[in-house]
Design a protein around this ligand. Structure first.
Ligand code: UTP
Length: 478
């Protein structure tokens, strides 16, 4: 069969499915496309999982889905950041268990890097953005250093899995190639792409991003569970003897993926999925709330938490619902295998977004207000499916300063500030004098790379390698 015949056969197969769904408009420019373009359009159409999409158009695109709110919302039990005196030994024991998990090779790092990073607005994958206050080290290199340092510290073959999306996969892999995998062995880093779903206009019609391309978007970080299975990454983990997946997002340079306490408490509490939380900055902070919903640990988005509950206080005046999601999770390999099975999907949520599209005249329209509906699954929706879920409170300043926006909150500027502040705290804990301004902010610019220290304890062990910090000086400790 010639290439043209093959294309015609494929076209016939998919044209019927499109006609039946009143979506034939995506073939509107077919006659004017060259063969590679026709092939690209057909591949996009072939990628649509109609069995998932058909019901979602009715339930999530044509209208906002009905959310059934839990009958009972209660604060979830959690391990506090600082244990009481009585619980101190429990935390020490857990640290030992966590260290053993790391040295026995039972933990793998997992970065979700398939997002589009529209708010930051940089070209290319977010992981390639230089992010440190000194030295311009990229997010991917920082995480690579964390993996290398943990491999050394725990004398263990820790592997790293990175989820991309079709749009940034090739560029992500090329970035690692160019940098010789930052010193990691190629066999210890596995990339795989997540799935995509089409974007729709509000009448449920597929959008074209070009005359020969559908507007497709990654299916959310919740797509990671299915992608772990479909890509063979989960099987690879099983082959290596990995039992716990340390999940983190690509945009948080303060993340601590090899936290022995978190890992140990996860194991001791027999949790299948665990989450780090932090006290909220205000009652109505725009963060997800970890709660008990009808008895199950669940994430309730800030818009969905009834305002009375958001403002509720305990007898001692503290906030009753005070567990903000930091998007740092541990997931058992066995849980992912169990809940994904062969076809299970986490629930999809509807997001209204501004999506550029080609109109019926073939012209590109770039709207500045939401015109389209995207469907995304969220990884925290796996929490209520865990047989047991555990929450650990951490100090936000120590573990979370994501780079989401081009300016303002959660930007490079705030992240630089927070990275420097943490480095200075670690140095002071180790007994180093840090010059400070009158308002208490550090009067030095200092970056502690993961190769130098993974935590404050490592800094204390390197004290002889730390120079005196003169006011106004700049240091890259690596
Ligand atoms: P965000 O929700 O911050 O989205 O993702 P984003 O795509 O990075 O940025 P915006 O909203 O377009 O500005 C949180 C984490 O989840 C990953 C992102 O790469 C980031 O690490 N993610 C998000 C995926 O891996 N896949 C997705 O489909 C969505």
């Amino acid at each position: 069969m010639s290439d043209t015949e093959k294309l015609t056969t494929r076209l016939e197969r998919y044209a019927a499915a499109l006609t039946a769904r009143d979506q034939r408009h995506v073939l509107r420019f077919w006659e004017g496309l060259d063969e590679p373009q026709q092939a690209a359009l057909l591949s996009d159409i072939e990628s649509i999982p109609w069995e998932i999409v058909d019901p979602l158009i009715a339930s999530h695109v044509l209208r906002a889905p009905e959310r059934t709110m839990p009958e009972r919302i209660e604060p979830a039990p959690l391990f506090p950041a600082i244990p009481s005196k009585e619980r101190g030994p429990e935390y020490d024991r857990a640290r030992g268990v966590g260290r053993a998990l790391l040295s026995d090779g039972k933990v793998a790092a997992f970065t979700v890097a398939g997002g589009q990073g529209t708010r930051l607005g940089v070209d290319g994958p977010k992981g390639c953005v230089p992010v440190t206050p000194v030295g311009g080290i990229t997010l991917f290199e920082l995480f690579a250093q964390m993996v290398l340092a943990a491999r050394k510290k725990y004398a263990s073959d820790i592997a790293w899995y990175i989820m991309t999306s079709p749009d940034n996969h090739a560029e992500t892999v090329a970035f690692f190639e160019t940098h010789d995998f930052f010193g990691l062995a190629r066999g210890d880093v596995m990339f795989f792409s997540q799935g995509t779903l089409p974007a729709f206009d509000r009448t449920g019609k597929l959008l074209l991003s070009e005359k020969h391309r559908l507007a497709l978007a990654p299916d959310g970080h919740g797509g990671s569970l299915k992608a772990l299975v479909n890509s063979g990454a989960l099987a690879d983990m099983q082959r290596r003897g990995v039992e716990v997946i340390s999940y983190f997002q690509v945009d948080n340079p303060l993340v601590r993926p090899f936290d022995a306490l978190f890992l140990g408490l996860h194991a001791v509490a027999k949790s299948e999925m665990s989450t780090k939380i932090t006290p909220k900055a205000s009652d109505l902070e725009r963060v997800g709330n970890l709660c008990l919903a009808d008895g199950k640990v669940s994430m309730i988005e800030y818009l969905e938490l009834p305002e009375a509950l958001a403002h509720a206080k305990n007898d001692d005046g503290t906030r009753r619902f005070d567990a903000a999601n930091l998007a740092v999770h541990l997931m058992d390999v066995a849980m992912v295998e169990r809940i994904v099975g062969t076809s299970f999907e986490l629930p999809f949520r509807r997001a209204e977004k501004a999506v550029a599209f080609v109109d019926e005249r073939g012209e590109t329209v770039t709207p500045d207000a939401p015109n389209a509906v995207k469907l995304e699954a969220f990884v925290f929706d796996a929490l209520p499916l865990a047989q047991h879920a555990m929450l650990l409170e951490v100090d936000r300043r120590e573990e979370f300063s994501p780079v989401k926006n081009a300016s303002g909150a959660d930007s490079l500027e705030t992240s630089h500030r927070d990275q420097t502040a943490r480095a200075c705290r670690w140095l002071e804990t180790a007994g180093v004098d840090v010059p400070r301004n009158n308002d208490g902010t550090p009067d030095v610019n200092v970056c502690i790379t993961p190769s130098f220290a993974l935590d404050a304890e490592d800094v204390a062990n390197k004290i002889k390698d730390i120079p005196a910090l003169a006011p106004g000086s700049v240091h890259l400790l690596r």
